[in-house]
Design a protein around this ligand. Structure first.
Ligand SMILES: [Zn+2]
Length: 569
C-alpha cells in the first residue's frame, strides 16, 4: 500500500495557464507530470504508474504475438541516417548533434536505420527469417509547437517494432498478426478506438492502418461504418457519387454577387442551396502546373484524393496571386466554364444541371450551369472528403458516422524501402540474394495515457479506465486524528492489497472536502471512505469514480467488493 503522505503527487487547485487540452491540464493538476522545458516533462510517480501499465499490456501482447524485445541506442550515428537518405529528408524535427570528435549524431525519433543495420549484419539466410523485434524507449522529435502535454511532447515513450521477412506474403501475414495484437492491446487498455485505413507518412509505405482513440479533442477526422467496422480518414475513405439535386435546366445566366466569395455567402445571397454549387479550387503540382478541382458546394475536396488522381504528385492549394493569374478573378469567383486548364471533377457533379458557379470575373457568378453542356471536358474521379451519412464502400449496407480521433498506434507494411537503401539482403532457398521484406509497428505509450484521459474524464478530473489507473483503489479516512478511523482505513487498505488491488491510502491530515476533491482529480476507479457514521454500523462507503452513488458495505466484505469493482490488475 502507498501512503499519500509519502507520495510525490502535488495536486493543484487551478488549471495551468499554458495547458490547451484536457489531458495536459489534468495530468499537471493531478500531480502526474511537470514541465522541464517546452515539450519535455518529468513524469511523476502517479503518472509513471499509468505509463507502466500501458507498457505492461503492450509487452504482454507483443510477446504473445511472437515478437522479441531488445533495446537500441537513443543516440544514433548520423551515417546510418545518411545511408537511408533521411538525414536530409527528415527536416528540423530531427535533433542533430555532434560528439567531441565533431561526428554527426541524432537523438532517435524512430529506429528503422538502427534495426536494419543490426539485421543486415546478423541475418544471412532465409533460415534466419522471419524476425519481429521491438523496444520500448524514449524518443525525441523536435516539434514546432509542443503544447499539448503528453499528447504531443518533444520527448516521448514509444514502443516500436520492426519485422523482417523472406517475401511479401510473409510480411503481410505478420501485418495481420500485429493488427490483431494492437486490437487486443487497445481493448485491454479499456479504450474506444478504430483501426483506420491511412496513407503513408514520412516513414513511407504502401499499406498502413492507424489506431485512433476516439475523443472530441482528436486532431484527425475519421469516418467509420456502423455495420462492418470499416474506418478511414475522411481524406481517404472512398465516397460514393450522390444523387443529383433536383433542379430545372435552363440558359446560362450571369449575375452580380458583389463581394460574395464563399459558398455560404453566395448561397444566402442568391437563395440557392449549397448542394447546387460547383466549387472550384485551384491546386498546384510539385512541378508548378495548375489544375482545377471541382466539388459540390456542400463538400470538401480531399487533398489526398486529388494527389492520387494526379498519379501521386504532391499538390497544394495555389496562392491568391496564382489563382488570379489563372482565372482572371480574385479568389472566390473561379468556375469551370471557359477555364483553359486540366479539370478534375468530383463524380457527384456528373450531369449536374441548374448549378451555380464562379464566372471567372470579380463579383460575378453564373446560374443555370449544366455540366454536360458548359464544362464537358473534365476528368471524373472521387475527389471529396467522406462524411457522416455516406454509404459504406466496403459492405455497401452500413453508413458512415463521423468521429475525431487521436492516433496512438500505427502498423506499416514497408516492403524493401530500407533494406534496399541499406543493403540488408539475405540468401533465399534458391541460392539467390534478395532484399529483406519489412514491416514496422509503433505505439505511442505516453500518448496512449494522454488519449485515455481525453476519452475518460469529467468536470472533476480523470476517470481512469481501470486497466490503466495508477492504483486500483483509494482508501480515505475522513479524519486521521480519529484513531479508530485511521486504524480501520489502514486495515481495509491492507486487505485490498492482499486481494490483489494496488491501493493508495489518503493518510493526510486534511479536511474531507480536500481529500474528496483530490480523489476525483486523480481518478482512481474505486474510492473507499471510512467515516464515523458508517463505522458505528461496521461499514465503509464504496464509490466508483464517475458514479454518484456510494454503497454502504460491511467491513468484512469491503476488500472483496473493491476487487470485484476494479477487476483483475
Ligand atoms: Zn460497412
Amino acid at each position: 500500500m502507498m501512503r499519500l503522505t509519502r507520495l510525490l503527487a502535488p495536486t493543484l487547485r487551478d488549471d495551468p495557464a499554458d495547458a490547451e487540452v484536457v489531458s495536459h491540464r489534468l495530468l499537471v493538476r493531478a500531480g502526474m507530470i511537470r514541465q522541464v522545458a517546452r515539450g519535455i516533462y518529468d513524469i511523476l510517480p502517479l503518472g509513471l504508474r499509468a505509463v507502466r501499465r500501458v507498457e505492461r499490456i503492450v509487452r504482454e501482447e507483443m510477446d504473445r504475438a511472437g515478437a522479441q524485445e531488445l533495446l537500441m541506442p537513443a543516440v544514433i550515428p548520423g551515417e546510418l541516417w545518411q545511408e537511408s537518405g533521411r538525414w536530409e529528408q527528415y527536416g528540423r524535427e530531427l535533433l542533430r548533434m555532434k560528439d567531441r570528435y565533431e561526428r554527426d549524431f541524432c537523438f532517435g525519433p524512430t529506429h528503422e536505420e538502427v534495426i536494419t543495420d543490426l539485421v543486415r549484419r546478423e541475418v544471412r539466410s532465409y533460415r534466419d527469417l522471419p524476425k519481429n523485434l521491438y523496444q520500448i524507449q524514449v524518443k525525441f522529435r523536435d516539434e514546432v509547437r509542443p503544447r499539448f502535454g503528453l499528447m504531443r511532447g518533444r520527448e516521448f515513450i514509444m514502443k516500436d517494432a520492426y519485422s523482417f521477412h523472406a517475401d511479401a506474403a510473409d510480411a503481410q501475414r505478420e501485418y495481420q498478426v500485429m493488427f490483431d495484437a494492437y486490437t487486443r492491446i487497445f481493448e485491454r487498455c479499456g479504450l474506444t478506438f478504430r483501426a483506420v485505413e491511412a496513407g503513408g507518412g514520412t516513414i513511407g509505405g504502401s499499406q498502413t492502418h492507424e489506431f485512433q482513440v476516439l475523443a472530441e479533442s482528436g486532431e484527425d477526422a475519421i469516418v467509420s461504418c456502423d455495420r462492418c467496422g470499416y474506418a478511414a480518414n475522411v481524406e481517404k475513405a472512398a465516397a460514393r457519387p450522390l444523387p443529383l439535386p433536383d433542379a430545372p435546366g435552363g440558359a446560362l445566366e450571369r449575375v452580380a454577387t458583389p463581394a460574395k466569395r464563399t459558398v455560404e455567402e453566395v448561397s444566402a445571397f442568391l437563395g440557392v442551396p449549397a448542394d447546387r454549387f460547383v466549387k472550384t479550387l485551384i491546386y498546384q503540382t510539385s512541378g508548378g502546373a495548375a489544375v482545377a478541382v471541382l466539388v459540390r458546394g456542400d463538400h470538401e475536396a480531399s487533398g489526398t484524393k486529388v494527389q492520387a488522381a494526379l498519379g501521386g504528385d504532391v499538390v497544394r492549394l495555389a496562392d491568391e496571386e496564382t489563382v488570379t493569374r489563372i482565372t482572371g478573378a480574385p479568389v472566390g469567383f473561379a468556375g469551370p466554364v471557359g477555364l483553359d486548364l486540366t479539370i478534375l471533377c468530383d463524380q457527384s457533379l456528373h450531369g449536374i444541371r441548374g448549378a451555380v458557379t464562379g464566372a471567372n470575373r470579380a463579383d460575378e457568378h453564373l446560374l443555370g450551369v449544366e455540366q454536360a453542356r458548359d464544362f464537358p471536358a473534365v476528368r471524373f474521379a472521387d475527389l471529396r472528403q467522406a462524411r457522416a451519412g455516406d454509404a459504406c464502400p466496403r459492405c455497401e449496407q452500413g453508413s458512415f458516422g463521423e468521429h475525431r480521433g487521436i492516433e496512438v498506434g500505427q502498423v506499416f507494411y514497408l516492403g524493401t524501402r530500407y533494406s534496399e537503401a541499406m543493403g540488408a539482403r539475405f540468401l533465399g532457398a534458391d541460392g539467390r540474394e534478395r532484399p529483406i521484406e519489412m514491416g514496422c509497428y509503433g505505439i505511442g505509450v505516453t500518448r496512449t495515457v494522454a488519449a485515455a484521459i481525453e476519452q475518460h474524464h469529467d468536470g472533476a478530473g480523470i476517470v481512469w479506465p481501470a486497466p490503466l489507473a495508477p492504483y486500483g483503489a483509494l482508501v480515505v479516512p475522513v479524519n486521521v486524528g480519529d484513531a479508530a478511523l485511521r486504524e480501520t482505513a489502514e486495515r481495509v487498505a491492507g486487505e485490498c492489497e492482499a486481494a490483489g488491488i494496488d491501493t493508495l491510502l489518503d493518510d493526510r491530515d486534511e479536511r474531507p472536502g480536500v481529500k474528496f476533491k483530490d480523489a476525483d482529480l486523480i481518478g482512481l476507479p474505486v474510492r473507499v471512505t471510512v467515516g464515523p457514521r458508517g463505522l458505528q454500523k461496521g461499514c465503509v462507503e464504496i464509490k466508483r469514480r464517475g458514479e454518484q452513488h456510494a454503497a454502504e458495505v460491511p467491513l468484512a466484505e469491503a476488500a472483496a467488493r473493491v476487487a470485484a469493482l476494479v477487476g483483475p490488475r
